[in-house]
Ligand binder design. Structure first.
Ligand code: NAI
Ligand code: MG
Length: 496
């Protein structure tokens, strides 16, 4: 490690301050094997798509092509749904619950054994720092499979002794921000409850889902129980509209969530939606400020803000606003933006050129509107790839787009408040309601605030903490239903 005082250390925010420069510490990619052309996983076999079409998946860290993926068409979707139906009627729904649990335990253990390889692949395809994929995503993936494996033979305890039965075939459509974790959130409870699934990963991040297909094969899961098909929106729409799917689980944009809600409204399909948010991080004047700064940074800058529950709005009490913003600026100068495979990287690459363009456009509009803007001047970005400096807008009006729209990038909107009532009113002034954070040293204030916030997940004196036993989901346009915990099983069962 080469410790020197770096260039971006020149005093910031009026305090003596310095950042260490580190020599690059790149994680090796040797253990990752990427097929140049990838097939679909249907009925336990790797099969070519009927359209014969492929599309590229890119490494956002350098813009280079990683592999080609099959574009599944409606016929492929139909094959996958039929395979899932056959597996469901044939063996899976009749298997002793304990046996289903065994398969899930096996998947969880293989994920743990191959965790380094999976983490590196996730980082290459998604652009998130290896620190995140290695220490958060993949351990959480294994934890979810372990957790739901434990539920498989305890389903009669879901509703105090009443029997539950599986619902059949679930179509699951997931986004690119936590590719394998979203797959685990959806597949693990569905299988534990005795359903079979067709999963469609996001078009920019399908590689770890395909690797999960290999793991499912290795675990000996019967053919057709899990089918994985790649493709973009049209493939997803074909799955949503397939008449023999009993349930759709979707995580992604509000826009697509609404389309799916409209297309399933006149059908018997069950539907759960997780659609993002504009979550508020409230910092009271009695908070532990340095810890709160770290929490705000964790809430919006780590993982490039590609987090549905990102703390994208900071509400800070007026009396401490100046000092808090000063501390925040100082912390931002020490964030390392760069190669996601570098173990020192805090902020990696934006997932795609399209996302980068969208975020830059929203930033440019807000700057044009005259909103006070800050980005750490000395932070440098790699020449190749899709990168953005962490930034914030200060004193933002509640009506500003930057304060209302989900940006899905490392962009924070800061507002102030004078009383708890004002903090609560401002936090709830959103069409979303996924998450919130509260910082105060007074437990009573935290409880009072939490009771009044209209958000599905509320963290106190921390942010972005997850556990498989904790349900996750939102109010209003943040979606319908919950994932995780006991609640995460409910959409996959019929209660008798
Ligand atoms: P998206 O909602 O278009 O994509 C999510 C998934 O839905 C992908 O697998 C996609 O292929 C699929 N999909 C797209 N159109 C579909 C359709 N008509 N029917 C069925 N499936 C369909 O999200 P996208 O385009 O990747 O990102 C757009 C914006 O959405 C982002 O900039 C961000 O603001 C937000 N977003 C929110 C997420 C969250 O977790 N809340 C995750 C990803 C994106
Ligand atoms: Mg899209």
């Amino acid at each position: 490690m080469n410790k020197t005082i770096s260039a971006n250390n020149k005093k910031n925010a009026g305090e003596t301050d310095f950042v260490f420069d580190y020599s690059p510490a790149l994680e090796s990619t040797d253990m990752v094997k990427i097929n140049k052309q990838n097939k679909l996983f249907i009925n336990g076999k790797w099969t070519s798509g009927k359209s014969g079409k492929f599309f590229d998946t890119i490494n956002p860290a350098n813009g280079e092509k990683l592999a080609e993926l099959t574009e599944a068409n409606a016929e492929d979707v139909d094959r996958a749904v039929k395979a899932a139906r056959k597996a469901f009627e044939g063996s899976w729904s009749k298997l002793a619950p304990k046996q289903r649990g065994r398969y899930l335990f096996r998947i969880a253990r293989i994920i743990q054994e191959r965790s380094r390889e999976i983490a590196v692949l996730e980082t290459m395809d998604n652009g998130k720092p290896i620190k995140e994929s290695r220490d958060f995503d993949i351990p959480q993936v294994a934890a979810h499979f372990f957790y739901y494996a434990g539920w498989a033979d305890k389903l009669e305890y879901l509703f105090n002794g009443r029997n539950v039965s599986p619902i059949g075939v679930a179509g699951q459509i997931i986004p690119w921000n936590f590719p394998l974790l979203m797959a685990a959130w959806k597949i693990a409870p569905a299988l534990a409850a005795g359903n079979c699934v067709v999963l469609k990963p996001a078009e920019t991040t399908s590689l770890t889902a395909l690797l999960l297909g290999e793991i499912i094969e290795e675990a000996g899961v019967p053919p057709g129980v899990v089918n994985i098909i790649t493709g973009a929106g049209a493939t997803g729409a074909a799955l949503v509209n397939h008449p023999d799917v009993n349930k759709i689980a979707f995580t992604g944009s509000t826009e697509v969530g609404k389309i799916i809600a409209r297309s399933t409204v006149n059908t018997a399909k069950k539907l759960t939606l997780e659609l993002g948010g504009k979550s508020a991080h409230i910092v009271y004047e009695d908070a532990a400020l340095d810890q709160a700064v770290e929490s705000v940074v964790n809430g919006i800058y780590f993982n490039q803000g590609h987090v549905c529950c990102a703390g994208s709005r900071l509400l800070v009490e007026e009396s401490i606003a100046d000092i808090f913003v000063t501390k925040l600026k100082r912390r931002m100068t020490s964030l390392r933006v760069g190669d996601p495979l570098d173990k020192n990287t805090d902020v990696g690459a934006i997932n795609s050129a399209g996302e980068l363009k969208k975020i830059k456009g929203l930033i440019a509009n807000a700057i044009e509107d005259g909103i006070e803007y800050y980005e750490p001047e000395a932070t440098t970005l790699p020449q190749k790839g899709y990168y953005l400096k962490p930034c914030f807008f200060n004193n933002v009006a509640a009506s500003a787009t930057i304060c209302r729209r989900e940006i899905f990038g490392p962009v924070l909107a800061i507002q102030t408040f004078r009383t708890p009532e004002e903090a609560i009113q401002k936090a709830n002034d959103t069409t979303y309601g996924l998450a919130a954070g509260i910082w105060s040293e007074k437990g009573s204030k935290i409880h009072k605030t939490a009771q009044a916030l209209k958000a599905g997940v509320i963290w106190a004196n921390t942010y972005n903490k997850f556990d498989p036993s904790s349900p996750f989901g939102g109010y209003n346009e943040s979606g319908w239903g919950r994932e995780g915990g006991r609640h995460g099983l409910l959409p996959y069962v019929e209660v008798k």
